[in-house]
Design a protein around this ligand. Structure first.
Ligand code: SAM
Ligand code: SF4
Ligand code: SF4
Length: 355
């Protein structure tokens, strides 16, 4: 285990005394590896499981521009995280392609050596932007797509957006060299689970990787109920009944998706089972909100204000010390302790910290 000493000058006034050494691990022995950055809290969709119209209606107050981290601020934080061992950055939101000039941010982040730079999008603007994103230095994209059935898809995005346009975006991304494209389907029992096998069938043999995500109790506004979660085990069973599957090892330690390949060699699928098979024990992710708060868990109730430090003229050493202190103190394991009661807590909304 590498021990990185923390020097006294790393401490900020008012901080509790830090452990003099930082092992790179949090209180549960997990190493910092992935940073997700939300670049906007706005979205042109109103997915029922994420930004239901009842809570994100016309009168919803999104963050004013001055509250958003600038590209320079984001890049500065990203560099410090990379120096602390982050290997992968994912841009997310809200809908990240709505952030004006996102290609410029990508170009700035792409200059940080040794980073895997990716983005998650609803795909609505991808056909238009795929080439520019690739040219700016983006490596890959993940596209969310909950159904191939246009009627079901329009109902789930709740803005009547046609599935065809997302499919065009996926193809444009692959053509631009942003592959292998991952496709995320959030499975909500009784809403879109009838389309699981169709989605798997459609993308078999294309090189795209479909990942089935268990519906989660993110935030406090989506009215989550446990009986609307279809366990991944059942998802895999349904697909394997038509297309035999074989489990394969994770790509890297801490990968959240369990992976399967089709026995006939026609591709791969994944399952993200955060409700029925919690993976907190290997969770190496941290999330930066649109307005510069750091969240050590997707289900956190509060974040750490890095923007205050940035705009308060903190030095890189001071920012780095804050990052190290926050990670060192991290103890989150929400998915291991989830109950019907915890689901009702006032947790941060997903569109604000990104998925
Ligand atoms: N707007 C982009 C998109 O939809 O891809 C990026 C942000 S979105 C919050 C990131 C991911 O979170 C998407 O794949 C979305 O399907 C997933 N997500 C949102 N709410 C969820 C929930 N309640 N349970 C599981 N996944 C969810
Ligand atoms: Fe928007 Fe993505 Fe949330 Fe859907 S899942 S409402 S596309 S942020
Ligand atoms: Fe990580 Fe929190 Fe999810 Fe557990 S619940 S895997 S700690 S983000």
């Amino acid at each position: 285990m590498t021990i990185i000493p923390i020097r006294p000058e790393h401490r900020l006034p008012g901080m509790e005394p830090m452990n003099p050494t930082w092992s790179g691990e949090d209180t549960r022995g997990r190493t910092l590896r992935d940073l997700r950055i939300s670049v906007t809290d706005r979205c042109n969709f109103r997915c029922v499981y994420c930004m239901p119209k009842t809570a994100f209606g016309h009168d919803h107050a999104f963050l004013p521009r001055s509250e958003l981290l600038s590209f320079e601020e984001i890049t500065r934080i990203a560099r410090l995280f990379a120096a602390r061992g982050v290997k992968k950055i994912r841009l997310t939101g809200g809908e990240p392609l709505l952030r004006h000039g996102i290609e410029n941010l990508i170009a700035m982040l792409a200059e940080i050596p040794g980073l895997d730079l990716t983005l998650t999008t609803n795909g609505s603007l991808l056909a238009k932007k795929a080439q520019a994103l690739k040219a700016a230095g983006l490596k890959r994209v993940t596209v969310s797509l909950d159904s191939l059935d246009d009627r079901v898809f329009r109902a789930m995005n709740d803005v009547d957006f046609p599935v065809e346009r997302v499919l065009e975006g996926i193809e444009a991304a692959a053509e631009a060299g942003l592959g292998p494209v991952k496709i995320n389907m959030v499975v909500k029992r009784g809403t879109n689970d009838a389309g699981i096998v169709d989605l798997a069938r459609h993308f078999r043999g294309t090189g795209h990787i479909v990942r089935f995500i268990e519906y989660m109790d993110v935030g406090s506004k989506n009215g989550w109920k446990l009986d609307e979660v279809l366990p991944s085990e059942e998802v895999v069973r349904r697909i394997a009944a038509e297309f035999p599957l074989e489990a394969i090892a994770p790509d890297y330690p801490g990968e959240v998706a369990q992976r399967w390949v089709y026995e006939d060699g026609s591709g791969e699928i994944g399952a993200i089972s955060s409700v029925t098979q919690a993976f907190c024990a290997t969770c190496t992710r941290v999330r930066l909100s649109t307005d510069g708060r750091l969240y050590t868990c997707l289900f956190a109730e509060a974040g750490h204000d890095l923007r205050g430090l940035l705009r308060g003229k903190a030095t890189d050493l001071q920012l780095d010390a804050a990052i190290a202190r926050i990670w060192h103190a991290r103890r989150d394991n929400y998915s291991e302790i989830r109950t019907a009661e915890t689901a009702g807590l006032q947790k941060v909304e997903m569109s604000y910290i990104g998925g």
